[in-house]
Design a protein around this ligand. Structure first.
Ligand SMILES: CC(C)(COP(=O)(O)OP(=O)(O)OC[C@H]1O[C@@H](n2cnc3c(N)ncnc32)[C@H](O)[C@@H]1OP(=O)(O)O)[C@@H](O)C(=O)NCCC(=O)NCCS
Length: 161
């Protein structure tokens, strides 16, 4: 059953809940400090459902220096509360954050994920990591689990815009 959810831009009041939700999903997500969430709060979208913050997502721009037409948007810090999953909230969040990032006229949206079926349902297709690694390096370099992005089991997914 679809959830009655509303997505909106995050505010500083959401920061601690976002931090906690990401912290409960670090098996699937790159951990973020509260400071990182606060400093980047303008890139976050949250979903509200049944009087609670049900999920969050953010984006990161990977520009091509000297080629404004070739920017890539990466979906990051996507999580939905476990009791509210499979009710359409993740889809709402991803579509909303892509709309927010459209002003940068990105060529494509990418994600590194352990949930490829979710991204497939949203029109993403698997892509070789070597095609996006230069974009993702800023994230992978902070990884505390894998020294080499190519041995990390996350799957790279891409959706043209
Ligand atoms: C991935 C995640 C955000 C999905 O959120 P969600 O609210 O359950 O997703 P939705 O209900 O919007 O699902 C959208 C589509 O994806 C599909 N889907 C979602 N999770 C899926 C899964 N684990 N396996 C297969 N399909 C899945 C749904 O069936 C749905 O398809 P449909 O619209 O054709 O019916 C959620 O499972 C989560 O928070 N996981 C932990 C953190 C994580 O993995 N984040 C992604 C890191 S990039």
């Amino acid at each position: 059953m679809k959830a009655e959810a509303r997505v909106r831009a995050a505010t500083l009041r959401d920061a601690e809940k976002i931090f906690a939700l990401i912290g409960r999903n670090t098996d699937m997500l790159v951990p973020r400090s509260l400071g990182s969430v606060v400093e980047n709060i303008d890139r976050f979208v949250v979903a509200e459902c049944e009087g609670t913050m049900a999920g969050c997502v953010a984006y990161q721009i990977h520009p091509e220096i000297g080629n404004a037409e070739a920017a890539t948007v990466e979906i990051v810090s996507l999580a939905v509360k476990s009791i509210l999953r499979r009710r359409g909230i993740g889809r709402l969040l991803v579509e909303a954050v892509i709309e927010n990032a459209r002003r940068f006229c990105p060529r494509e949206v990418i994600a590194l994920t352990f949930a490829p079926e979710f991204f497939s349902a949203l029109g993403f297709a698997e892509t070789p990591k070597c095609e996006v690694m230069h974009k993702l390096y800023t994230g992978c370099i902070n990884c505390t689990k894998h020294a080499d992005p190519f041995t990390c089991p996350e799957i790279a997914m891409k959706r043209p815009l």
